[in-house]
Ligand binder design. Structure first.
Ligand SMILES: Cc1cc2nc3c(=O)[nH]c(=O)nc-3n(C[C@H](O)[C@H](O)[C@H](O)COP(=O)(O)OP(=O)(O)OC[C@H]3O[C@@H](n4cnc5c(N)ncnc54)[C@H](O)[C@@H]3O)c2cc1C
Length: 344
């Protein structure tokens, strides 16, 4: 009987996003004698930064800490747009010959460890042809990200099936989605929503953000003055390393402050962000949140979200018709977003 030979590599990296390409770099630099391959389910590298195409897509952390330690981020913008991050990841792969290790359309479906053989057997499905294959490796390095690429989390929205407009998840955004002149409701208040709302507001007739819990948004300058200065006077790698450490330390310090003294952290954020802004009582911060974060300006009070959600449920078929009751809420929200954008 003919035995099919199964390809073996020392290390199998799963996923060709920011992590997979970084893993490839470190592996080939520090263990040059080891063989490796990167299996990527999609037809392109870049992971998150290739998949997400919604308006305004950008990072929310600075590229001096999100970028690779070994490859300086030399662009002016510290908070970078999606296409720039994608180019950075792809350029890193190309410059270091990592792209030749990537096998596109190879989805890892299953992996089984054998202690006897001290190796993994990995089942691979070709996402373009449907063929299947097996590979073995001694070390399986999962760089697959943290969310489901096919099925993003979508909460159940009562009446959504009767909604006559377009219902879209940002993970499935495509270029043919036309929202110019339309009334839009954005559900959620995380980093994606905060990015999406000002970008869509440029063209939409009206954009309302619905959020379940209060959050705080810190607007930081889009460029890092120290980084721009150091890049002019120091070698790029040294400048990058200094700014990276500065940002790591500041972020860690603020995180610790938010955990240990949440009220102080919250007050600081409010003081810096809302100085001179007359906050209506409806927007006063709610209960202190125990866990801290960088972006904490109250945008909408819980009570109003509950009202809006109640109306959403009542309206059922007409998500786009939902309005936040108090016009002052929207005014303040728009002001905060404008200020954030101006600061960026
Ligand atoms: C809109 C958005 C903004 C973000 N902004 C930031 C930020 O500012 N700062 C920050 O730190 N993080 C941010 N993140 C998180 C971001 O995902 C990570 O920072 C980073 O890009 C993750 O890289 P990754 O390579 O680990 O995963 P991903 O980018 O998710 O890449 C995973 C890759 O693995 C592949 N894959 C998955 N399963 C399989 C399988 N079974 N077989 C083969 N291949 C597979 C995928 O196709 C994909 O290419 C953001 C995320 C989103 C969605």
């Amino acid at each position: 009987m003919e035995t099919m030979s199964i390809e073996h590599v020392d290390v199998l990296i799963v996923g060709a996003g920011l992590s997979g390409i970084g893993a490839g770099y470190h592996l080939q630099t520090e263990c040059p004698g080891r063989s490796y391959a990167i299996l990527e389910a999609r037809g392109a590298s870049g992971g998150t930064w290739d998949l997400f195409r919604y308006p305004g897509i950008r990072s929310d952390s600075d590229m001096y800490t999100l970028g690779y330690r070994f490859r300086p981020w030399v662009e002016g913008a510290a908070i970078a747009d999606g296409p720039s991050i994608l180019s950075y990841v792809k350029d890193t792969a190309r410059e270091n010959g990592i792209d030749s290790k990537i096998r596109y359309h190879h989805r890892v479906a299953r992996a089984a460890w054998s202690s006897e053989d001290a190796r993994w057997t990995v089942d691979v499905e070709r996402t373009d042809t449907g063929e299947t294959a097996q590979m073995t490796c001694a070390f399986l390095f999962m760089c697959t990200g943290y969310y489901d690429y096919e099925e993003p989390f979508t909460p159940e929205l009562p009446g959504a099936d009767r909604f006559g407009g377009t219902l879209v998840h940002p993970q499935h955004w495509s270029d043919d989605i036309d929202y110019a002149g339309k009334r839009v409701v954005v559900l959620g208040s995380g980093a994606t929503a905060v990015t999406l709302v000002p970008a869509m507001a440029e063209e939409a007739a009206h954009v309302t953000m619905l959020q379940r819990s209060p959050s705080y948004i810190v607007s930081l300058p889009g460029e890092d003055g120290l980084a721009n200065f150091l890049r002019r006077v120091l070698p790029a790698k040294l400048a990058y390393s200094i700014v990276r450490w500065k940002n790591v330390l500041i972020t860690s310090a603020f995180f610790q402050l938010s955990r240990r003294r949440p009220k102080l952290a919250k007050d600081q954020v409010l003081r810096v962000q809302l100085e001179g802004c007359d906050l209506p009582p409806a927007l006063a911060p709610g209960a202190t949140r125990e866990e801290g974060g960088w972006w904490r300006i109250p945008v909408v009070d819980v009570a109003h979200v509950e009202q809006a959600l109640a109306r959403l449920r009542e309206a059922g078929a007409a998500i786009a018709a939902v309005e936040v009751a108090e016009p002052e809420l929207e005014e303040v929200f728009v002001k905060i977003m404008r200020e954030s954008r101006a600061a960026a």
